[in-house]
Design a protein around this ligand. Structure first.
Ligand code: AGV
Ligand code: CA
Length: 318
């Protein structure tokens, strides 16, 4: 089987960890590396959870690194604690010491070194802010030749953003807002970038109808664990603004199953100033030329997820 190599840069949300589970459940995908960007998580918990998921899925050869980058605008603390809750689930708690290695390199160095050593170009999947990748590209510009495509869950182009603070006008999506300066830099590098913005992820809220279908296949270990992880996110329903979506899972599905999606190309610029810091703006002259995921076949996406999650853990639970 020809494997599609994916380097996964995530930021530890429940959604990010479910994305990792989906990648691990995809036999035609090879994980080239995993780095945790310390944005929507406390990174040590997120790295622990990642390593334990890799153990459960029997893929213990890839190291997980923690990046030391810092954002400009911190994520809310209750969101950042979410991987801690995932670590408290019995499947993960039962693993005292994961076999999957924690890299002894700092995350930026790990990205720079891993990408400089790959034998063929990889898909760089990013489900958190882009700061780790940007620092790695600044440190070792030659790694750009080894990136086939950057797939990034980020931005809000024709729809409202999800940042709600006193000084902001609400137009930005959090992954861009965390460090809009790096985002602005990245989009202007002429790299092959595909954005998966809120425009498309707004179509995939975590809802009971999907969870019900998943519940009916909870005889599979992976489906059961995914059900519980999504159930944890349901507590954020009270207002539409904080409704949890399958943001990163949708981006991950795009990275591994293109046929479910349609895209557009356009120039996108990023504001670096208030009141719209981090807003992704469709423009005619400025900004970078990027691909934007514009359409998904929802029924096919849900069916794909349900099929992919019909697996049992292959790793031994110690
Ligand atoms: O803006 C979406 C990004 C995704 O990468 N994250 C969550 C996903 O992992 C930030 C975010 C927006 N709303 C949130 C978020 C919420 N209600 N809870 C946690 N994180
Ligand atoms: Ca995320």
């Amino acid at each position: 089987m020809i494997k599609n190599a994916v380097f996964f840069d995530h930021d530890g949300g429940v959604d990010d960890l479910l994305s990792l589970l989906l990648l691990l459940a995809t036999p035609e995908t090879e994980l080239a590396g995993v780095v945790v960007t310390p944005a929507d998580c406390y990174p040590d918990y997120a790295a622990d959870a990642s390593r334990k998921l890799m153990d459960l899925m029997g893929q213990t050869n890839t190291a997980v690194a923690v990046s030391a980058v810092r954002g400009v605008n911190a994520f809310p603390e209750v969101w950042r604690a979410q991987p801690y809750i995932i670590n408290a689930l019995p499947e993960l708690l039962a693993i005292e010491q994961p076999t999957s290695p924690l890299s002894n390199q700092e995350g930026v160095d790990y990205v720079a070194e891993t990408l400089s050593q790959t034998t063929s170009p990889v898909t760089y999947l990013m489900t958190g802010p882009c700061t780790t990748l940007v620092e790695a590209l600044r440190k070792k510009p030659e790694i750009r030749a080894n990136i086939k495509e950057i797939v990034w869950m980020a931005g809000a182009i024709h729809v409202a953003g999800n940042v709600r603070t006193y000084t902001h006008n609400g137009s930005a999506e959090w992954n861009v807002y965390w460090d809009a300066f790096s985002a602005h830099w990245l989009l202007n590098q002429k790299l092959p970038i595909t954005l998966v913005p809120l425009d498309i992820t707004n179509h995939v809220p975590v809802g009971i109808p999907f969870l019900k279908r998943l519940a009916h296949q909870s005889q599979y270990d992976v489906s059961r664990l995914a059900s519980v992880c999504w159930a944890i996110t349901i507590n954020s329903i009270p207002g539409y603004d904080y409704l949890y979506h399958m943001w990163d899972v949708l981006a991950t599905a795009y990275a591994i199953r293109r046929s479910l999606f349609a895209t557009q190309t356009m120039n996108v610029d990023v504001s670096t100033q208030l009141p719209n810091e981090g807003e992704t703006i469709k423009s005619t002259e400025t900004g970078g030329f990027v691909t934007v995921v514009a359409k998904v076949s929802l029924e096919a996406f849900y069916n794909y997820l349900l099929t992919q999650l019909q697996q049992n853990f292959t790793g031994k639970i110690k």
